[in-house]
Design a protein around this ligand. Sequence first.
Ligand SMILES: NC(=O)c1ccc[n+]([C@@H]2O[C@H](COP(=O)([O-])OP(=O)(O)OC[C@H]3O[C@@H](n4cnc5c(N)ncnc54)[C@H](OP(=O)(O)O)[C@@H]3O)[C@@H](O)[C@H]2O)c1
Length: 132
Amino acid sequence: MAEDRQPTRYTRVRDVRVPTFLYGTAWKEDETARLVRMALAAGFRAIDTANQRRHYNEAAVGEALTDALASGHLHREDVFLQTKFTYVDGQDHRLPYDPRAPLAAQVEQSCASSLQHLSVGCQQLDPRLVTA
Ligand SMILES: NC(=O)c1ccc[n+]([C@@H]2O[C@H](COP(=O)([O-])OP(=O)(O)OC[C@H]3O[C@@H](n4cnc5c(N)ncnc54)[C@H](OP(=O)(O)O)[C@@H]3O)[C@@H](O)[C@H]2O)c1
């Protein structure tokens, strides 16, 4: 399908092809997986989440994505998947890293946990953002 006929439009940030419209998953809690499934079925091809349980249910995003990929109608490369590292003051007690570790180790642990939640291979996260 020609790019201008696709429901998702793209821009370029440096060399990265970035969609201009993402489905946001904050505050969806127990509805996260159902709503992400609906978003993908409706044509969204970009999902924003974070490894910050206080505001996001990243594992539920992974569950929905896994289901959508298993259906065979969607390929991983069709979906732009964005997650974030959030430093300790932005988290609640459900931390995805050891807060006593050095910051670089916290980022690594958070990314490893995101890859597990999202059930994608390590080359398969698009941006990983650091939020303050
Ligand atoms: N705001 C921030 O600080 C922030 C920071 C970083 C990233 N983001 C990203 O940006 C996205 C959008 O942020 P926002 O501030 O615009 O969020 P928002 O004010 O919560 O709006 C999100 C939309 O989701 C809908 N929604 C929430 N729960 C729903 C549910 N259970 N079923 C159906 N619809 C539901 C809301 O509908 P109703 O209005 O009808 O409730 C609203 O239209 C976030 O999800 C997140 O991915 C936001």
